[in-house]
Design a protein around this ligand. Structure first.
Ligand SMILES: C[S@@+](CC[C@H](N)C(=O)[O-])C[C@H]1O[C@@H](n2cnc3c(N)ncnc32)[C@H](O)[C@@H]1O
Length: 159
């Protein structure tokens, strides 16, 4: 199982939207095309995530915190993607260019567009890694970071 974990915050939760494409549809389509088969939302919205789109070929789950995700998937390796500026000095990280992607049983975890990952609440297990995409000045949008991460996986191959 190859999973993507994203945070959804109020700024992306178009509860009043009459758009026929919503932000989660864009995430889901992109994740599926890039090779994910599990799509996990961490819901940080005040009113609950709104989305009309569900792909039949993706497995879904929703949680309220990263801790709940870690508890729900104890046997999956987690790759925590974050900009180098947001990774605390005492957290060891690997650059994406040096990352060896696990073949299977892995979650690619991204922070929110408003707030990044909080490493203080993330216990790094022995198969887990903090990963950074070395683009010095830019903090990427999640969907861009996700696309770069999976393109690296798909071009470089896996363990
Ligand atoms: C827009 S960023 C977070 C912005 C947050 N306001 C901050 O300043 O830290 C959203 C997420 O994209 C991912 N991301 C952005 N730039 C990245 C990079 N250079 N390397 C790895 N992940 C990155 C991370 O998962 C991050 O939590």
């Amino acid at each position: 199982m190859i999973g993507v974990v994203i945070h959804i915050e109020d700024c992306w939760n178009y509860t009043q939207s009459d758009r026929d494409i919503d932000i989660l549809q864009i995430y889901q389509e992109t994740a599926k095309f890039l090779g994910a088969d599990l799509f996990i939302i961490i819901d940080k919205t005040t009113e609950g995530v709104f989305s009309t789109s569900r792909r039949p070929d993706l497995e879904y789950a929703t949680y309220n915190s990263i801790g709940e995700v870690i508890n729900a998937y104890p046997n999956m390796a987690k790759l925590y993607f974050e900009h180098i500026r947001t990774i605390p000095l005492d957290v060891k990280y690997v650059s994406l260019s040096d990352l060896i992607h696990p073949k299977d049983n892995v979650l690619y975890v991204f922070g929110g567009d408003d707030q990044g990952l909080n490493f203080a609440e993330i216990p790094l297990g022995e198969n887990d890694q903090a990963v950074t995409i070395l683009v010095p000045d830019a903090i990427l949008w999640v969907i861009v970071a996700m696309t770069i991460a999976f393109t690296d996986r798909n071009t470089k191959g896996t363990l």
